[in-house]
Design a protein. Structure first.
Length: 579
């Protein structure tokens, strides 16, 4: 049921399942048909460690165990595993990256195919930007808009047995440019960039902005956004200048679908906000349902120095295909950027800063909780308290960012401090980032896990153990239980007895019975022991990051963990990697 995922000649592999201490291990190499017996290094009931013979070529290995005339189903070692893509939308000739394991093996050439309706197309692999954990692709020209494709990947070994499927479906859109340089497939849907509204000069706008830092430009900019939306989409262009956003109750800009607000550059187009402290206010609001919208090439500066509890800064909840590109956002002492429950969000080449917000919550600079299919790339984050919140996210990429935490900030000593917070997350790639404490050291010794998942902390969500009373191919029953609804997406694992090593997702439960997402390979026997829990970290790649001056390093604390790779990171004057 469980095996080492990757092994080179001469290395050891571990096999776990339901078999006696007398079982023997065998393998087939690549497309060969003659089995090889594996030397056993350690062995007990339900587990053995064996060696890949040193003279064996690096290839796909099909491994099984045999005992008393019975042969187990095979497991595959060195088989390519595609865990997630950086975007669920693809376009002809457009980019895509996939993350996983064994995507390259030795000198073999990876192959990536897309199939739909009986048609198979081959993607191009950029080998110079690919490794065992990531493939950088160019999509085939023959993709058809509106068609959903299945992606098949092989690292070039093992013939047909080496090919596996990406669980995500990928939907094609028509070919198009990437005007804002977002690097994701859905950028081709921004087809309105030729329609530009200059807020100072466009004759279609009855109200013009001034941009002198004194006049209130919020009404004019908002009117331009609304006009662009009504016309089917466009860019609202803000030439170089200082724009004041001050309007009672509606100080902020309300973004619309198919509208992008673009300036002349971060240092040239500056919007200031935070004037109306008697009412709830912020800089920008992407209302629920907004899509194909964004900000580019401008600065947003909060002028409120009092840490007003009414200051929300930026909100985008339940939106899709939204971006910030080359933006500077100074939150001052205001609340975090609320970007939770978003899908297909890009934040790139931008600068975000936040001081201590002394409200009771002490919230950090960004909340991405429960978001999906996001890319945060080449940004600078400078902040004082709490951290970057990514709980419950999945299918995300956090890469080449610089994250600076101000160690001189003062706040209650019992306040937990983290940096990148990834509780209950799946399919996450954290690549090539710098996490550094500035103005340090931090103020106490138990302060500042840099990358953390802690499985709910002291609250053990949905967790319990028990003994199997009975099981069917798709259920498990424990007559001592009387279950109600669960809170998250728990799984049940057989931890001893017949069926040991298997796990399944729980789709529903009532009374004494769990209903499962798919059938058992071996139905657990009465008396087997099980555990119920939520994955705290599943299918992660933490690669090439630098941690400097942090009290604690990478921490998986009381955390259910599966398929996590921690590869080639550098820790300087930082705490350790703790599992």
């Amino acid at each position: 049921f469980n095996t080492t995922a990757t092994a080179l000649p001469g290395q050891a592999i571990s096999l776990q399942g339901h078999f006696p201490a007398t079982a023997k291990a065998f393998m087939l190499v690549g497309t060969a048909t003659t089995p090889t017996s594996l030397p056993i290094l350690l062995q007990s009931a339900n587990h053995l460690a064996a060696q890949i013979p040193p003279q064996t070529p690096a290839d796909l290995y099909q491994v099984w165990v045999e005992d008393q005339g019975q042969r187990s189903p095979p497991v595959w070692i060195n088989q390519a595993q595609a865990h997630h893509a950086d975007c669920p939308v693809i376009s002809p000739g457009g980019p895509l990256r996939i993350f996983g394991r064994n995507l390259r093996l030795g000198s073999a050439t990876p192959q990536v195919r897309l199939t739909a309706n009986g048609v198979t197309l081959e993607a191009s692999v950029n080998l110079s930007q690919s490794d065992a954990y990531k493939l950088t692709l160019v999509m085939p020209a023959g993709l058809q808009a509106g068609i959903t494709y299945t992606l098949l990947v092989s690292n070039g070994t093992g013939g047909a047995s080496g090919q596996t499927r990406l669980s995500q479906s990928l939907t094609a859109v028509a070919a198009g440019g990437d005007y804002f340089g977002l690097g994701v497939g859905w950028a081709a849907r921004l087809t309105f960039t030729g329609n530009v509204y200059n807020v100072k000069t466009d004759g279609r706008l009855s109200l013009k902005a001034v941009g002198d830092g004194n006049a209130n430009d919020q009404p004019a900019i908002q009117a331009a956004i609304d006009r662009a939306s009504a016309d089917g989409g466009g860019i609202v262009y803000l030439p170089a200048g200082n724009y004041k956003l001050s309007h009672h109750y509606f100080e902020y800009l309300r973004m619309r679908s198919r509208v992008v607000v673009q300036g002349a550059g971060k240092e040239q187009t500056v919007l200031r906000y935070g004037y109306q402290l008697e009412s709830s206010h912020m800089a920008v609001l992407f209302s629920p349902g907004t899509s194909l919208s964004g900000l580019a090439d401008l600065s947003l500066l909060n002028i409120d120095n009092n840490g007003s509890p009414a200051m929300g800064n930026l909100r985008a909840n339940q939106v899709s295909q939204v971006f910030l590109q080359r933006v500077r956002l100074d939150l001052n002492r205001g609340d975090w950027m609320e970007l939770s429950n978003t899908d297909q969000l890009v934040l790139a080449n931008s600068d975000f800063s936040q001081g201590v917000n002394d409200r009771s919550s002490y919230r950090g600079p960004i909340n991405m909780n429960a978001s999906t299919n996001f890319v945060l790339s080449r940004n600078n984050f400078t902040f004082a308290v709490n951290g970057l919140n990514f709980d419950y996210t999945h299918e995300g990429v956090f890469e080449q960012n610089k994250v600076y935490r101000d160690g001189s900030a003062r706040y209650p000593a019992n306040l937990l401090q983290h940096v990148l917070i990834l509780n209950f997350t799946e399919n996450i790639a954290v690549l090539g980032n710098l996490f550094k404490v500035i103005n340090g050291p931090a103020q106490n010794s138990n302060d500042g896990e840099t990358i953390i998942a802690e499985g709910g902390g002291t609250e053990r969500i949905d967790e319990e153990t028990g003994t199997v009373s009975a099981a069917t191919p798709t259920t498990l029953s424990d007559n001592s239980k009387n279950w109600g609804n669960f809170r998250r997406r728990p799984i049940v694992a057989i931890v001893s007895g017949k069926g040991m090593g298997q796990w399944r997702s729980v789709t529903s439960r009532s009374g004494s019975t769990l209903n499962l997402d798919r059938g058992w390979d071996v139905v657990p026997g009465a008396g087997s022991n099980y555990a119920i829990f939520n994955w705290g970290a599943r299918r992660w790649l933490l690669q090439g990051n630098t941690l400097e001056g942090n009290r604690r390093g990478i921490t998986l604390y009381h955390n259910a963990t599966s398929e996590v790779a921690v590869v080639g990171n550098t820790l300087t004057n930082s705490g350790s990697i703790d599992f």
